[in-house]
Design a protein around this ligand. Structure first.
Ligand SMILES: [Ca+2]
Length: 331
């Protein structure tokens, strides 16, 4: 049994590699057809073997999970750097670099490694100074060809969707075919992506001055007007969200003799998203969930043991967590 499943894994790995090889050779039409037919056969073999040996196929990361994790811990932003016009006579004084990033605690590095191998691009960077690890994609081709299509198919919501929409527009404006770059528009989009950013109006004015824009027409931020969910809220997305912003705790009563020790699942939700995410999550995690608010933070909590057993545990079993939180869950 072990032997077959090992072979199958090997074989499917081979298949995938072979498939990539075909992809890379897309333009060479001769090899393409040959490769495709070869590949089809190999995939057939893989399938036959995997049904024989594995009850579940080789676990690939759920793309909705990546979007859920991005909703919690990812960001789309555009870094703006000032450059010296003397050294770069052709430049307008600013460079714009769109970046996609997911930052997690250092102990969840393997999650980002898996996402990197899923997308087959980007870098995982460890930052020991603040105990974090980040997955970053800066290469514009990868952003355009891999990241944009991913989030169009498996969308994020609310403020993250707002940032994503502006992010895609910036990439379009930066593409070489769009001729003379509309830098005012790119700057406007860049400063509107993350409205909670620390950049002040004064900073934005200074940037527009560098581009030589008229001070009579100041940059106006594009407001975030996404108040509703317009695409499906999938369980994989919720699992990613829990992995990013959720936690499993044991709450101890004040009086240990009379009170009960309770396991609790909590999930932090953004202000705009709170009510709708809360209602949708209840359909997966049980009706006993409550939403509490303290200042700008909204927290979904489930402490009913019945619901934890009936809904939460089966849910997490079917939609596994990948970060260090899976260990907290197991406890
Ligand atoms: Ca988080």
């Amino acid at each position: 049994m072990l032997c077959i499943s090992y072979f199958c894994r090997k074989n499917s790995y081979f298949c995938r590699k072979n498939y990539d090889f075909c992809r890379n050779n897309k333009n060479k039409s001769k090899s393409k057809s040959k490769c495709n037919s070869q590949n089809k056969n190999k995939r057939k073999i893989c399938k036959q073997f995997s049904t024989l040996s594995y009850s579940k196929p080789i676990k690939v990361i759920d793309p909705y999970y990546i979007s859920g994790l991005t909703q919690a811990d990812g960001s789309f932003f555009c870094s703006i750097e000032k450059i010296n016009k003397k050294n770069h006579p052709n430049s307008k004084g600013l460079t714009f670099t769109p970046i996609f990033d997911i930052t997690l605690d250092l102990d969840s590095k393997s999650t980002l490694d898996r996402i990197q191998s899923y997308f087959e691009c980007g870098k995982v960077i460890t930052k020991l100074s603040d105990n974090t690890v980040r997955y970053r994609i800066i290469n514009r081709k990868d952003l355009v060809n891999i990241i944009i299509p991913h989030f169009k198919t498996y969308p994020v919501f609310f403020n993250k969707l707002h940032a994503f929409n502006l992010f895609s527009q910036i990439l379009e404006l930066l593409s070489p075919v769009s001729g003379e770059r509309d830098l005012k528009r790119i700057l406007t989009l860049s400063v509107s992506m993350n409205l909670a950013s620390r950049r002040t109006d004064k900073d934005i004015f200074e940037l527009s001055q560098i581009l030589g824009l008229s001070s009579n027409e100041p940059i106006k931020k594009i407001p975030d007007t996404i108040y509703n969910i317009t695409s499906e809220f999938k369980p994989g997305f919720l699992a990613g969200l829990i992995d990013g912003d959720g936690s499993f705790n044991i709450s101890f009563p004040q009086n240990l003799k009379t009170g009960k020790i309770k396991p609790v699942l909590s999930l932090c939700l953004g202000k705009n998203a709170a009510t709708q995410f809360f209602n949708l999550s209840k359909s997966y995690l049980g009706a006993s969930a409550v939403l509490s608010q303290s200042k700008a933070i909204y927290i979904l909590k489930i402490s009913s043991l019945d619901d934890l057993i009936k809904y939460v545990i089966p849910f997490i079993d079917n939609n596994p967590l990948l970060t260090k939180k899976k260990d907290h869950y197991k406890i």
